[in-house]
Design a protein around this ligand. Sequence first.
Ligand SMILES: Nc1ncnc2c1ncn2[C@@H]1O[C@H](COP(=O)(O)OP(=O)(O)OP(=O)(O)O)[C@@H](O)[C@H]1O
Ligand SMILES: [Mg+2]
Length: 252
Amino acid sequence: MPKPMLEAKNLTMKFGNLTASNNVSFSVDKGEIVSLIGPNGAGKTTIFNCISGFYKPFSGRVYFEGKDITGLSPYKITSMGLTRTFQIVKPLKEMTVKENILTGAFLRASSRSEAEKIADEILKITHLSEKKDVLAGSLTTADKKRLEIARVLATKPKMIMLDEAMAGLNQTETKEAMELCLNLNKQHGITLLIVEHVMEAIMPISNRVIVLNAGEKIAEGSPEEIVNNEEVIKAYLGERYHAKSKQTNRRV
Ligand SMILES: Nc1ncnc2c1ncn2[C@@H]1O[C@H](COP(=O)(O)OP(=O)(O)OP(=O)(O)O)[C@@H](O)[C@H]1O
Ligand SMILES: [Mg+2]
């Protein structure tokens, strides 16, 4: 059996008396799209922070392509090919869209012209070419979310962890974001771990879904298994999402 691309083993994270993640284990195989869902405060972003090097877990280990990356710096982890976006997007507002992307591209590029080449390619993939000279601060929410993905793409990742890249988008923009995810996965071979509350966007594109509640993993399975799981419905999905319903998520 090939090793998983990402493996989180018994991750626990505490903030004072609060256990934000409690003994969470899961893995993601190369080429998969896996979603991590759960109520507000369930510990999803905390898990991303532990995996991407922004927090050092209280206990547990993280392996990427079989290598122990626990406690390495975010820069080191990104340079190994694992990167993440932020729930609160942080574009460099006074820089243009292209300049923002260039900041990511310099991780791999050895010259300005090589970085420009990478940035132009990413602008095309993310449909931002027409806005390349616009200041990032003046973009719409949807374009800021798109730029967040573009910036991490410029680091040429093997795997991206997306933290609510679809929050606040309208239906058309959500559909475009889903298409971008599928394109990155299918055409560019990028493995995705997606944190999202927009169920109708992620259920159709996920191979597997992992559910957190109050810091603990409570379920894992195919989208169909998850939407029919009584414990998940009780803890999170409630009446707002069923496999056949078109209901929107509760946050936006
Ligand atoms: N830096 C921190 N210091 C103290 N408590 C924190 C910190 N980061 C997160 N927490 C707490 O840990 C718990 C999990 O938070 P986390 O942000 O991981 O949840 P989440 O599942 O991402 O929620 P949401 O869906 O709202 O983004 C919450 O109770 C939160 O208040
Ligand atoms: Mg979060």
